[in-house]
Design a protein around this ligand. Structure first.
Ligand code: UFG
Length: 324
């Protein structure tokens, strides 16, 4: 039997594939390489290049492979682009999910672990955020992920399909093997951009807004290591096998760091002054996003291994310096 990882050539998908293979699982990857990278694909995984929305292609994969469970990462995930191209985001993300669930249903595959996001909450009313808090996305990206969660929710009573939706906060860091890590083109995420300064690829890091109602005026986020996320996906699959119950779960460390604190930590890791350039706020950025991760601990027995922000940044730094 095999686990299908849709989007297994992407950042979090590739780390989950490495973890699955390390634990002896057979892994099938589907990825259209639109935002994924061939270099991130595990050599032992069975890779099919194609688009989730292509029914015939997906049908072929399910006919060829003994798939028993699915982990779904394949989606567009840039908040800013989603504001400009909402239809593209709904088509790729929501329609892709429909085709995937239809194909799973047709082949009697009933378990799916889904890569959701803190962006489903929008601007939170309280910190830390719990799974039962209101979900009012402030951008189309978060709205598509919430819609995808809701589609799965209604497939449960109708078809007996069980899901775990994992709402991650800010994924970061890289595999300690230094072979895989965070790659995006274009890069928009804070930690990879900061680390481009000591790599000599950028002169300074822009800080988007220092007038937020936070301790130093910059946005607060909950940074969670990608290997801890990968571990949670595998635990979620096991949870579905053991409990046959759907769930929606936050994944974060439960601790918030400001943008300036992250830059300071990166200075310590890289021994580089990393100059800062103050810029206006970026549209759609909530001031603070911090998870309450208790449900993940209780239901999945999950405990993040990377809790030190400098250690987390160091894994990313090791990946970039190894790759360059
Ligand atoms: N930031 C800067 N300068 C930069 C880049 C980012 O100051 O050059 C700031 C942002 O304004 C934000 C923080 O750093 O305050 C983190 O920004 P990221 O772009 O790294 O991450 P986001 O919090 O915007 O988004 C991430 C994921 C989304 C997901 C969201 C949910 O990228 O996919 O978390 O919390 F939806």
């Amino acid at each position: 039997m095999a686990i299908l990882v849709v989007g297994g050539a992407g950042y979090i998908g590739s780390h989950t594939v490495y973890e699955l293979i390390e634990r002896g699982e057979d892994v099938v990857i589907v990825d259209n390489l639109q935002t994924g990278f061939r270099s991130l694909i595990h050599p032992q995984a069975h890779f099919y290049e194609g688009d989730l929305r292509d029914r015939e292609f997906l049908e072929h994969v399910f006919e060829q492979e003994p798939i028993e469970g699915v982990i779904h990462f394949a989606a567009n995930s840039l908040v800013g682009v989603s504001m400009k191209e909402p239809l593209e985001y709904f088509d790729n993300n929501v329609y892709g999910m429909i085709v995937l669930l239809e194909t799973m249903h047709a082949h009697n595959v009933r378990h799916i672990v889904f890569s959701s996001t803190a962006a489903t909450y929008g601007e939170p009313e309280r910190i830390p955020i719990e799974e039962t808090d209101p979900t009012v996305p402030t951008n189309p990206y978060g709205e598509t992920k919430l819609a995808m969660e809701k589609i799965m929710k209604w497939c449960d009573p109708a078809y007996g399909m069980k899901y775990v939706a994992l709402r991650y906060f800010n994924a970061c860091g890289a595999h300690p093997n230094k072979k895989i890590g965070e790659l995006h083109d274009p890069e928009t995420h804070l930690i990879p951009l900061i680390l481009q300064v000591p790599q000599g690829r950028r002169e300074a890091i822009s800080v988007f807004g220092n007038d937020y109602p936070t301790k130093d005026g910059t946005c607060i986020r909950d940074y969670i290591h990608v290997c801890d996320l990968a571990d949670a996906h595998i635990r979620a699959l096991r949870y579905l096998n053991e409990h046959e119950q759907s769930a929606t779960i936050n994944l974060g460390n439960g601790e918030g760091y400001s943008v300036l604190e992250i830059i300071e930590a990166a200075r310590k890791v890289t021994n580089h002054p990393i100059p800062v350039r103050m810029e206006p706020r970026r549209a759609g950025d909530p001031a603070r996003l911090v998870a309450n991760p208790e449900k993940a601990k209780n239901l999945l027995g999950w405990e993040p291994k990377y809790t030190d922000i400098e250690k987390i940044i160091e894994t990313a730094w090791n990946f970039y310096t190894n790759a360059s």
